[in-house]
Design a binder for this molecule. Structure first.
Ligand SMILES: Nc1ncnc2c1ncn2[C@@H]1O[C@H](COP(=O)(O)OP(=O)(O)OP(=O)(O)O)[C@@H](O)[C@H]1O
Ligand code: SF4
Ligand SMILES: [Mg+2]
Length: 383
């Protein structure tokens, strides 16, 4: 579009252009918005997207392992390892949301942090668009990090209380040299409008905002670096129900506009069902089941997934409760059970489970289960 536009119509046209992008990339270049840098960035994204199909993996995590050394004694000798993440593998496609669920302490956050190299990995590979980011130089990683952002649970602790909203957003722009100083104002203003905040909010400090507004600021700050992948670590858990719905809708709108990929970490399975295209279920550092969301929620195979799903409250009080309650406590990750690490709580455990760790194998296309009884190389119960 070559004709000039006023600032008021800019945002609308800009959003329209973004939507056009995801629908018809051929028309895209004709409606490209010249005022908006987010859109300008999407022009190059669209070109890349044109050569990459939606089926291309933007992220590939292979056998990722994060073991924390456990030290004891006067000399702080290493006496063992805490296996927070133990040979975890999954992929995320462009524009896809992968849900990551599991009980507290199973390694979800550590997985997310290791993907961004905020936590060093003990072994494995994390490929972002084919580049193994665990082996690249720190300088290259800094550049890549702009394209991979994380949104944490508590927006209050994610924002510096001494910085205004505008300064917080500008920090990311500045750190990655993403726009000229003269463009900071218009870019911040645009980002605030993208996440549904007014221009006036830029002068406020975090304590002058509601929880939902703070999380919108955190999302705007994450978008400032024009990411392709966003790790949402319990991003809506601290919000009340109505605000949570608004933020979830916002995340979905932004995904459509900017072709974002999400790793959506949450313990609320109803929220994950709403958000995710596929879901990976973690137990004590391992992925025990991975499937398309619809399939996982209708036909869960792993006994742990079944127990988790049966704990989701049904809003219909007339429906009978059919809960597969888990027995016992979660074992310590410092002292994992032999064989299948779920066996101490599993109602289906057989002898084989005591001495052989089940591998994550496909039971059908796209549905993987790690279980000797319900998985693909199942043993009969008489074993
Ligand atoms: N820096 C660390 N040093 C030692 N152990 C750690 C460290 N960070 C995490 N852990 C341990 O790793 C395990 C996994 O922690 P993580 O925070 O990844 O769990 P989570 O699944 O995100 O839990 P939650 O749902 O409560 O957030 C826990 O046992 C935790 O105590
Ligand atoms: S492998 Fe055995 S213990 Fe583990 S989930 Fe399957 S049946 Fe249960
Ligand atoms: Mg966590």
């Amino acid at each position: 579009m070559s004709q000039p536009r006023d600032a008021g119509s800019h945002d609308f046209v800009c959003r329209l252009a973004c939507m056009e992008r995801s629908r018809a990339r051929a028309i895209l270049r004709r409606v490209a918005c010249r005022l908006c840098r987010l859109c300008a960035r999407n022009d190059s994204l669209a070109e890349r997207v044109a050569t990459m199909s939606r089926d291309d993996d933007i992220l590939e995590v292979s056998d990722l392992r994060v073991w924390f050394p456990v030290r004891d004694g006067l000399l702080r000798r290493r006496v063992g390892h805490l296996r927070a993440v133990d040979d975890v593998s999954f992929t995320i496609k462009r524009g896809e949301t992968l849900g990551l669920v599991g009980e507290s302490g199973c390694g979800k956050t550590t997985t997310g942090r290791a993907i961004l190299r905020l936590q060093s990995a003990t072994a494995g590979a994390v490929r972002f668009e084919g580049v193994d980011i665990l082996t690249i130089a720190k300088r290259d990683m800094r550049r890549l990090r702009a394209r991979m952002q994380i949104v944490f649970q508590d927006p209050y602790s994610s924002l510096d209380p001494r910085m205004t909203v505008g300064a917080s957003i500008a920090e990311g722009l500045q750190a990655h040299g993403l726009c000229k100083r003269s463009e900071f104002d218009s870019t911040i203003q645009h980002l605030l409008s993208v996440v549904g905040l007014t221009r006036e909010m830029r002068r406020r400090h975090p304590h002058e905002l509601s929880g939902g507004q703070r999380q919108r600021v955190v999302i705007a700050r994450a978008l400032a670096t024009r990411p392709d992948l966003v790790i949402c670590d319990e991003a809506v858990s601290a919000l009340d129900v109505s605000v949570r719905a608004q933020i979830l809708n916002l995340l979905q709108d932004l995904q459509e506009q900017f072709q974002l990929s999400y790793l959506f970490i949450a313990h609320d399975l109803a929220v994950v069902e709403h958000m995710a295209d596929r879901v990976a279920v973690m137990y004590l550092g391992r992925v025990v089941e991975l499937a398309e969301t619809d399939e996982l929620y209708v036909d869960p195979r792993h006994p742990y997934t079944r127990a988790l799903l049966s704990a989701i409250p049904d809003p219909d009080p007339r429906k009978p409760l059919a809960r597969a309650l888990l027995q016992g406590e979660v074992p310590s990750p410092l002292n994992l059970p032999s064989g299948c690490r779920f066996r101490t709580r599993c109602p289906l455990a057989i002898d084989r489970c005591t001495h052989e760790e089940p591998a994550l194998l496909p039971v059908r296309s796209g549905h993987y289960v790690a279980c000797h009884v319900t998985g693909s190389n199942a043993t009969s119960n008489s074993d």
